[in-house]
Design a binder for this molecule. Structure first.
Ligand code: HEM
Length: 540
């Protein structure tokens, strides 16, 4: 693959010689040759411009575009690429490195102090709208996410949406529903009779059902019916967001979709899903007109109800969300809330399986709170606070295997500086979670799973900046559902620890370290991970 590096560098370097040659031959050839040459020159110049680091960023260390691209093309793992090309440059330009991304050159910020400024100064570094504007309104991704939503909006629009959604997420902590669905998932584990189980798939179906119920009160039932129509439609659509040919050549999707039947099918599935969301929103509005929702415990209300209730209270002056806005937020919660948490759960179960001492310590804590009687038992909201060790296991999992690869890009509003480094107007900036959470300049033995980093007086507390650890982001744009997801994970992990001994099959490819598959964009999924769940004697 070094040949790809050298091919592209040679292409860039040979540009001048290439131009001279072309000028020399021009006189001798026909009109067709002129046109072909002009097109070749135009494309060559475009490629050169796109791949060359802009002059304004040349004072910052950078990874040459061909080097980054060749790593992607030869399938180097995200972690290896990050270590080799980003962390290795941590000491250059104060922990800032430029790299080539799908949307152009961006600065990856690895210096915790600079990250703090980047995330706190949302006036100077708002979210980059390039991320979604880059997609045509007819593309699958844009049709799904719409023009804006809570995670993409900036300024007043973001504040308005966050003000409405914040109380909804504060109120919604449906632990009873988490427990009910954990129980359903464990029925599937029981059916395996201790044989290896594809755990990522089960956790994905679990979190999808959670978000269906927590989002709009609809049971997608994907734990027991993985092939149900709405689950299939959603998975089909989500699978298509980052399809390489349509991202790099959007015209294929906008102008030539008739030649791509599979892509057309995804659009049809999305149209069906939209109809489904619309009917749910309409139905909910009608129900709320007729039923007194006060009678339902706030914790167990779905987010759609809570979002619709915004603006109704006496001191609540929020401008209510329209049906379209409600739809756009709900589809976002689906996307942002399901793969992230299922990945966190899958990885936590893996690290418990390969660290029996840690597993036993976490289990003992759970048994101390919930007892070891034979019937299933899950924690109440109050009991969730009584699992400090399990919380450290979850934190360490989110450090070592952060679900999102990086933060949504920010864009500098004007010429500014970050920790002494000049950042020109319109520069795109991001934070790469692996680059920060696996950085040996910040963490001791970052590849070792060690929940005690998060104990009182432990490694995190002794660091100069808490921004060396940010699985849920930071500043005002921190994950709105952090507490929701933590509660969800605690219910599942405590329930499964109480009931099963968790282990890795003898011949697993993950024996020495957790292996990841190709990235789907938001997260890097585990690769065919199977775990064994053997029922402990005491619990039936
Ligand atoms: C382990 C689970 C999760 C992780 C690690 C995670 C991580 C993150 C991160 C890093 C951000 C900040 C993005 C940025 O600043 O660019 C974020 C924002 C967000 N997350 Fe999560 N998330 C998780 C679960 C969820 C769930 C369950 C939901 C919804 C039900 C959700 C909804 C959101 C939303 C709406 C935002 C945007 C907030 C805003 O910009 O105001 N997340 N999440």
């Amino acid at each position: 693959m070094a040949s790809i590096d050298s091919m592209v560098s040679q292409l860039l370097q040979a540009r001048h010689g290439f131009l001279d040659n072309i000028i020399h031959h021009l006189g001798k050839h026909s009109k067709a040759t002129y046109i072909t040459t002009a097109i070749a020159l135009y494309i060559g110049a475009k490629i050169y411009n796109v791949l060359s680091l802009p002059k304004s960023l040349r004072h910052i260390a950078h990874v040459p575009a061909p080097v980054w691209m060749s790593s992607l093309m030869r399938g180097e793992t995200t972690l290896d690429r990050t270590k080799r090309l980003l962390i290795s440059r941590m000491t250059e330009t104060n922990g800032m490195v430029c790299k080539f991304s799908q949307l152009g050159w961006e600065v990856t910020v690895m210096n915790p102090k600079a990250i703090k400024t980047l995330l706190q100064r949302t006036d100077i570094f708002p979210k980059s709208e390039v991320t979604i504007d880059n997609f045509d309104s007819r593309s699958l991704i844009r049709r799904y996410f719409g023009k804006t939503n809570l995670t993409l909006a900036n300024g007043h629009e973001w504040m308005r949406r966050r003000k409405i959604a914040n109380p909804a997420f504060k109120r919604a902590l449906p632990v009873k529903m988490f427990a009910r669905l954990t129980s359903q998932a464990s029925e599937q584990l029981d059916q395996s009779n201790g044989a290896p189980v594809m755990i990522a798939s089960l956790m994905q179906r679990f979190t999808l059902d959670v978000i269906g119920l927590a989002g709009f009160g609809f049971d997608l039932n994907s734990i027991s019916s993985p092939d149900g129509q709405w689950v299939t439609a959603y998975n089909d659509v989500a699978d298509g967001f980052m399809a390489f040919p349509f991202i790099f050549l959007p015209i294929l999707e906008t102008e030539f979709i008739q030649f791509f039947p599979n892509r057309r099918k995804k659009h049809e599935q999305l149209t069906k899903l939209d109809g489904f969301f619309e009917s749910i929103i309409e139905h909910k509005r009608e129900t709320l007109k007729n039923v007194n929702s006060e009678s339902v415990d706030d914790n167990e209300k779905d987010l759609l109800t809570l979002l619709m209730e915004a603006g109704r209270g006496e001191d609540d002056d929020s401008e209510p969300l329209t049906n379209q806005e409600l739809r756009d937020e709900l589809v976002l919660f689906f996307f942002a809330g399901h793969d992230t948490t299922s990945h966190a759960l899958t990885c936590a179960l893996y690290y418990l399986a390969v660290n029996p001492d840690i597993q036993e310590k976490a289990r003992q804590e759970v048994l101390d709170v919930l007892g070891d009687a034979q019937e299933e038992k899950f924690p109440t909201i109050q009991q969730l606070r009584q699992f400090p060790y399990l919380a450290r296991v979850m934190k360490e999992t989110l450090r070592i295997a952060s679900p999102p690869v990086n933060l949504v890009q920010r864009i500098a509003q004007h010429d500014t500086e970050l920790e002494g480094v000049v950042i020109p107007k319109d520069t795109l900036l991001t934070v790469d979670f692996y680059a920060i959470h696996h950085n040996h300049h910040l963490w001791k033995n970052p590849e070792v799973f060690n929940p005690d980093r998060f104990s009182e007086g432990g490694e995190l507390e002794s660091m100069d900046s808490s921004y060396a650890y940010l699985p849920f982001g930071g500043g005002g744009r921190q994950c709105i559902a952090m507490n929701f997801s933590i509660a969800e994970q605690k219910v599942v992990l405590s329930g499964l620890l109480r009931k099963y001994d968790i282990s890795l099959p003898e011949n697993s490819i993950h024996k020495h370290s957790l292996q990841f598959g190709p990235s789907t964009g938001l997260i890097v999924p585990t690769k065919d991970l199977e775990l064994k769940f053997i029922r402990r004697n005491q619990v039936i």
